[in-house]
Write a protein that binds this ligand. Structure first.
Ligand code: HEC
Length: 160
């Protein structure tokens, strides 16, 4: 919002400068005012005004709004805890597992985008480790809070 106000101020300034220039500069404006009657805007002035407002305000506003929409659920903007989860995942899990959101392409363990494990399953896998014939996953790679953050993070992003 602050950015939009900031941009608007400059758009207004730019618009003022352009319109003054089209009226023949400061002197032209002074003459107009001296005549005591502001002429109606010409078509060209309307066109320039519309173009400046469109490209100076409307387009940036749409881009800003689009950004915010992308930051919703499933987007890349994460809460502090989920970010912590992503970092821990990169450190401790990425070498063995694939997870697109974390940029992980490990092939030792199952692809977590496909498995999309619940929080509980991930916490259990971290606590107890896994060795069910599809390879080895050591137990206790992370503890307590970190394990929880990773589990939440995976549940949030897997398969998206
Ligand atoms: C050394 C490689 C390795 C690392 C590091 C590793 N895993 Fe695994 N993971 C595996 C393998 C192999 C399996 C499958 C084992 C089996 O079922 O036989 C597995 C299975 C899993 C499963 C599925 C469990 C189930 O019951 O289906 C989850 C969830 C999982 N890992 C999450 C994680 C998380 C989270 C981390 C990081 C804290 C991690 N893994 C780190 C190798 C690894």
């Amino acid at each position: 919002m602050a950015a939009l106000i900031f941009v608007s101020i400059f758009v207004a300034l730019g618009l003022g400068v352009v319109l003054v220039a089209m009226r023949g500069g400061p002197r032209g404006v002074r003459d107009t005012l001296a005549r005591g009657r502001v002429q109606r805007l010409h078509f060209a002035e309307w066109a320039v005004t519309a173009a400046i407002v469109l490209f100076g305000l409307v387009v940036p506003a749409l881009v800003l709004l689009g950004d915010q929409a992308a930051a919703g659920p499933g987007g890349t903007k994460l809460s502090a805890e989920l970010k912590e989860g992503r970092e821990a995942f990169a450190e401790r899990c990425a070498q063995c597992h694939t997870l697109e959101d974390a940029g992980a392409v490990g092939r030792v363990g199952p692809d977590l985008d496909i498995l999309a494990p619940t929080e509980g399953l991930t916490i259990n896998a971290i606590e107890e480790g896994r060795a069910r014939g599809m390879g080895q996953m050591p137990a206790q790679l992370l503890d307590g809070e970190e394990a929880e953050a990773v589990a939440k993070y995976i549940a949030e992003v897997a398969g998206r």
